[in-house]
Design a binder for this molecule. Structure first.
Ligand code: UD1
Ligand code: UDP
Length: 371
């Protein structure tokens, strides 16, 4: 039988991290899979540092990124570029991940060419189309364009069933982000991993990431002020904050935290360095989707800087708390974890509900079964 032709499309840092284990696993089986890697280039530096780590070369790079780009611009550039590519390339599957504008526009481009779409990390929902914005709508629209839904958890599968997706088009696979984390932990020297006895102190570090569009402006200011409050309260505390390259993030964070002697505002970290930073951290504060999934495997409590999460599994398991951008709530929840060993230990010793590192192989099997 001819190899199954797989076209992977991604554009941003998290898509590259989570599709990488599937791409690498497929490329290792050339008799079975013919792999095409299409980068929209919605991100540039933050994407390139991930592709370098996972040693992935894009077959095509549309290089769409512009400074301070709008979602309308990204949608039209990706739709046009990916659509033109698929006029000449006829893969058996177009594989997209998650909920970015690349995800939705690439799925639409595939649909216009009558190509079947497989959606990795399918079925995540908050139920509010403005939170996260525009990602919740990107997910809903991508679901409608998808023929094979690769759901990370049973809860994601239930969301899809409730929207009328046929059960035989959904496969629960776990999240390949956990595969990426495990591959990276195995490659890191010296090894970084879950500490044998996770507990706070003596040198305590807060790892902070934020970038969501709904946090731009005043909410991000509130989060920065909460970080300053915690630095005042705990003289031993240091903060590591890899700054997203978006100008909308930098214009808020730099004036508020840029001069503090115990805040390290670094450039975006390459994935292995970020994993090592998670290993060093005492607590994580983040509005990131991927970080919520990774933190339980690193044995680190995570405060979710969002009003709601499409990853309720982490909260239910006890590894994450939703704090939004509420300055007082962030300070009180973080202080409780910094002060109370038992409360900390409870959050730091949770089994990861998002996968066991075998999602990539399960996804390849599903693509073969549903060809
Ligand atoms: C995008 C996704 C979001 C995802 C996030 C991951 C959309 C609408 N948003 O948000 O779902 O969680 O990526 O980080 O798809 N920039 C650079 N270099 C880079 C990356 C970004 O300079 O490598 C700057 C550019 O000025 C760019 C801006 O950041 O215009 C915003 O990038 P964009 O992809 O539009 O939005 P994100 O906030 O990164
Ligand atoms: N990450 C990274 N370097 C950083 C910050 C984050 O490699 O400086 C990784 C992180 O481990 C996770 C992913 O990037 O796997 C999350 O990306 P982001 O927060 O940009 O997007 P989201 O997951 O919210 O869509």
């Amino acid at each position: 039988m001819a190899p199954l032709k797989l076209a992977f499309v991604f554009g941003t840092r998290p898509e590259a991290i989570k599709l990488a284990p599937i791409i690498v696993a497929a490329q290792a089986r050339p008799a079975e899979f013919d792999v095409e890697v299409i980068s929209t280039g919605q991100h540039r530096e933050m994407l390139d540092q991930m592709l370098e780590w996972f040693e992935i070369d894009a077959t095509v790079d549309l290089a769409v990124m512009r400074p301070d780009q709008t979602i309308t611009f990204i949608t039209s550039a990706v739709l046009g570029g990916v659509g033109a590519h698929f006029e000449n390339s006829r893969p058996d599957w177009v594989i997209v991940h998650g909920d970015t504008t690349t995800t939705f526009a690439a799925a639409l481009a595939a649909f216009y060419q009558r190509l079947p779409v497989a959606h990795v990390e399918a079925g995540l929902r908050t139920g509010d189309i403005y939170s996260p914005y525009p990602e919740e709508m990107n997910r809903l629209l991508t679901t409608r364009l998808t023929s094979l839904h690769l759901a990370p958890t049973g809860a994601a599968r239930s969301n899809l069933l409730a929207e009328g997706v046929p059960a035989d088009r959904i496969v629960v696979t776990g999240n390949p982000g956990i595969d990426a984390l495990m591959l990276t932990l195995a490659k890191l020297t010296p090894p970084a991993g879950r500490p044998a006895r996770p507990e706070p102190g003596p040198a305590r570090n807060l790892l902070v990431t934020m970038h969501r569009r709904e946090n731009h402006g005043a909410p991000m200011g509130g989060i920065c002020r909460a970080v300053l409050d915690l630095l005042d309260r705990y003289p031993d505390l240091t903060v590591t904050l890899p700054l997203h390259l978006s100008p909308r993030v930098r214009e808020i964070v730099l004036p508020l935290l840029g001069e503090h002697p115990r805040v390290d505002l670094c450039e975006p970290l390459a994935y292995p360095q970020f994993v090592a930073a998670m290993a060093r951290a005492t607590l994580i504060l983040s509005d990131s989707g991927g970080v919520q999934e990774e933190a339980p495997s690193m044995g680190k409590p995570v405060l979710v800087l969002r009003e709601m999460t499409e990853r309720p599994e982490a909260v239910a398991a006890g590894a994450a708390v939703i704090v939004g951008a509420d300055r007082e709530l962030i300070v009180s929840v973080a202080a409780r974890l910094l002060d109370d060993r038992d409360a900390y230990a409870q959050m730091a010793t949770v089994v990861n509900p998002f996968g066991d590192g075998t999602a990539a192989q399960q996804i390849l099997a599903a693509l073969v079964d549903h060809r």
